[in-house]
Design a protein around this ligand. Structure first.
Ligand SMILES: NC(=O)c1ccc[n+]([C@@H]2O[C@H](COP(=O)([O-])OP(=O)(O)OC[C@H]3O[C@@H](n4cnc5c(N)ncnc54)[C@H](OP(=O)(O)O)[C@@H]3O)[C@@H](O)[C@H]2O)c1
Length: 312
């Protein structure tokens, strides 16, 4: 039996439950590919699942390999494949209900795998799928953001925020965003129109009425966000369902969603990277064996851009 290195959990808990282990290399079934992982992105959902926060929503079998952002090369294929072949350089945001990508190999459904952008390496491609899809779906599917409209991005320097900022600028919107002071120059370089230091001022005092708010924070930040929305505007949260009562009070709408894998959107995101309209900012790179450190950094809640694990 061929073994591979992986980072998995045998029980839910803090960073100490992460185990760097040898495990059997999985095999692709019908409609699936086996990807040799070159790099795996770290996302907040990884430590949330590790801690058992999503145990009511997703039924995992333990042990579970974590990590649901990947870039690598198709190593072998199962039956009935329609698009992919051995040797393709690919990326994916695979199903979070299955084993993830903190591993040397991962089996993924072909329907969740897209070709990686040719102009960037695997480390950068691994930072794109989950944050890119979340930002795309928040802005364009739920927010229906159009050219000339105004958007406020809460947490603009993070993984989702830094993608949303660039995608909204590409669409031709006015973009305001919140971040701590140390991230302001970073956001200006990405083209932000107005940056608010959330530690020094209240965004609702300085941001003019907007059509769309993208909420990556929840709690008090989400509640105060209604105040900056135009009547008829929309608060799109990727963290928690907005209050229907407040939506009615401010004559606006609120929506919460979980991002879904969409290979058409991944192909669009790859095109934007290759045409230099979208940058994947990888701020921290760590070896797979240091996944614990990657999750600790993510859990602090102040990541700039992406944290990525190098596997090859
Ligand atoms: N629903 C979904 O499908 C989905 C998908 C992806 C992510 N998410 C969720 O979305 C959230 C963000 O994900 P992410 O990957 O972007 O996280 P991340 O990369 O860790 O970014 C967090 C960002 O939040 C900023 N921040 C912290 N406190 C803030 C505050 N009070 N006001 C404004 N900004 C603040 C930090 O900036 P500073 O350092 O400047 O403070 C940091 O850049 C997580 O909770 C994640 O689980 C949900």
């Amino acid at each position: 039996m061929k073994l591979m290195k992986c980072v998995c959990i045998f029980r839910y808990g803090g960073p100490e439950v992460l185990a760097y282990e040898d495990a059997p290399c999985p095999h692709p079934g019908d409609g699936e590919v086996l990807v040799r992982v070159h790099a795996a992105g770290v996302n907040p959902v990884d430590w949330k699942i590790r801690e058992g926060f999503l145990v009511e929503k997703i039924r995992h079998t333990l042990p579970l390999v974590l990590g649901w952002d990947v870039s690598g090369v198709v190593h072998s294929i199962g039956g009935n494949l329609k698009r992919l072949k051995v040797g393709d350089e690919v990326m994916s945001c695979p199903d979070v209900a299955r084993d993830g990508a903190y591993a040397e190999y991962i089996v993924i459904k072909e329907s969740e795998v897209a070709l990686k952008p040719a102009s960037v390496d695997h480390l950068h491609a691994a930072g794109l799928p989950m944050a890119g899809l979340t930002a795309w779906q928040a802005l364009f599917e739920h927010g229906a953001l159009a050219k000339g409209q105004r958007v406020l991005i809460q947490g603009a320097a993070g993984g989702v925020g830094s993608m949303a900022l660039q995608l909204a600028k590409w669409k031709g919107a006015f973009v305001a965003g919140t971040a701590s002071e140390g991230n302001h120059d970073f956001l200006r370089k990405l083209g932000i129109d107005q940056v608010v230091d959330y530690q020094r001022e209240r965004f609702e005092d300085v941001v003019g009425p907007v059509d769309v708010v993208i909420d990556t924070q929840g709690g008090d930040v989400q509640e105060r966000s209604w105040k900056v929305l135009k009547p008829g505007g929309i608060l799109v949260s990727v963290v928690s369902p907005p209050s229907e009562t407040l939506a009615a009070q401010f004559k606006a709408r609120g929506v919460f969603f979980f991002a879904r894998s969409d290979i058409g959107q991944l192909a669009e995101l790859a095109k934007l990277v290759d045409s230099e309209n979208l940058k994947v900012i990888v701020e921290t790179t760590l070896p797979l064996s240091d996944a614990t450190r990657g999750q600790e950094l993510s859990q602090r809640g102040h990541a700039r851009g992406k944290i990525v694990l190098r596997v090859v």
